[in-house]
Design a protein around this ligand. Structure first.
Ligand SMILES: NC(=O)C1=CN([C@@H]2O[C@H](COP(=O)(O)OP(=O)(O)OC[C@H]3O[C@@H](n4cnc5c(N)ncnc54)[C@H](OP(=O)(O)O)[C@@H]3O)[C@@H](O)[C@H]2O)C=CC1
Ligand SMILES: CC(=O)N[C@@H](CCC(=O)OP(=O)(O)O)C(=O)O
Length: 306
């Protein structure tokens, strides 16, 4: 019997991209809700309980509601929203962090898919803390560039409107209250004493991310070696040869891909690490499908673009 899959929020940005990755597969049975009933709670309840795996591609409140509608023990959940990323009982869906993370995803009934900016930050910082290159009390700073699809349908509409306002033609620094919603998962997953000073920037291109962590007092060779050793053998996360990409890397390089690559650059005692990936790939839908593959005991790259 093919596993039954339901995407709650399939008409949204993340949901559509998951559908694109699953639509052509014949090893899965996709449960498709009637278009007019896609927000009908009782109809959703039926689909959520009929599925073996559900993807939640919804705003946080709707994702919490969806979980509360599941009344059985067999439906497993992959939540793309922020609602459950630091919640007890949820596995954090980043299998490359450690064998324990991978095993938790494979066996869990509740998997929280990482936030896009959090993916870039954690990819660099988790291994450096785990291998003692950074300490949990180091004060970290990070800036992260994203395409406008990261803001979902509303933001896409504003960037693609015919009467687009002038401010949308330039990069926009946001998260200025320093309380971006990804900070709790960045801090918790990396085991940091304090959250990083985090500066997200959204710009006038559709998708792709460059998340840069700055290390003012760390040797570039030590950082590169620790990251390379940590991700050796991984299929979806790689470390580029030291210095590759100089003198300039573009944040849309990985647009359309589901993998992530870390680029390490340095001079004297200063180092920067930049994660290049797609906010809708390893930053959302690609990661969600990778997690589903692991939960089903399949090759994690099935249906994905490396
Ligand atoms: N875009 C990205 O790059 C990323 C997004 N995410 C997260 O994924 C989730 C989805 O985001 P995104 O796809 O960007 O958002 P969108 O706004 O593009 O899509 C959300 C979808 O959910 C639908 N929806 C809203 N409320 C309900 C409800 N009660 N029942 C059923 N459907 C509902 C919306 O309907 P309607 O079409 O009518 O508006 C829409 O289709 C969010 O939690 C987001 O934070 C995570 C990582 C990256
Ligand atoms: C450009 C933009 O607005 N991006 C979103 C992040 C998208 C994402 O990862 O969303 P979730 O955390 O909800 O999963 C933001 O910074 O809030």
């Amino acid at each position: 019997m093919r596993p039954k899959i339901y995407i709650d929020g399939k008409e949204g940005t993340t949901g559509l991209q998951i559908y694109e990755r699953l639509g052509a597969r014949d090893d899965l049975e996709l449960l498709l809700i009637d278009e007019e009933k896609r927000k009908d709670t009782e109809e959703r309840r039926k689909f959520l309980n009929a599925a073996d795996i559900v993807f939640l591609c919804l705003p946080d409140a709707a994702a919490r509601e969806a979980v509360s509608l599941i009344e059985n023990d067999h439906t497993r959940v992959i939540d793309a929203s922020t609602a459950h990323r630091t919640a007890d009982g949820w596995a954090y869906g980043f299998p490359e962090l450690s064998d324990d993370h991978r095993a938790a995803i494979q066996t869990s009934t509740r998997v929280a898919n990482p936030g896009c900016h959090a993916t870039g930050f954690i990819a660099s910082v988790y291994p450096l803390v785990a291998h003692g290159v950074l300490s949990a009390t180091d004060a970290l700073t990070c800036f992260s560039l994203t395409g406008y699809s990261g803001g979902g349908k509303k933001m896409i509409a504003s960037y693609e409107a015919e009467d687009k306002t002038n401010d949308l033609y330039a990069p926009r620094v946001y998260g200025l209250n320093l309380q971006h919603k990804h900070l709790p998962e960045m801090q918790k997953v990396c085991g940091l004493a304090t959250p990083p000073v985090f500066c997200p920037v959204v710009d006038d291109y559709y998708k792709g991310m460059a998340t840069t962590v700055m290390l003012p007092d760390h040797n570039v060779h030590i950082v590169w070696q620790a990251l390379s050793a940590h991700y050796a053998g991984q299929k979806m996360v790689k470390v580029a040869p030291l210095g590759e990409g100089a003198p300039m890397i573009s944040a849309n390089t990985f647009s359309g891909r589901d993998s992530l690559t870390l680029y390490v650059h340095g001079h004297r005692s200063q180092t920067i690490v930049t994660a290049l990936f797609d906010n809708l790939g390893k930053g959302a839908s690609g990661a969600a499908v990778q997690n589903m593959n692991l939960m089903l005991g399949l090759d994690e790259t099935t249906g994905l673009t490396l």
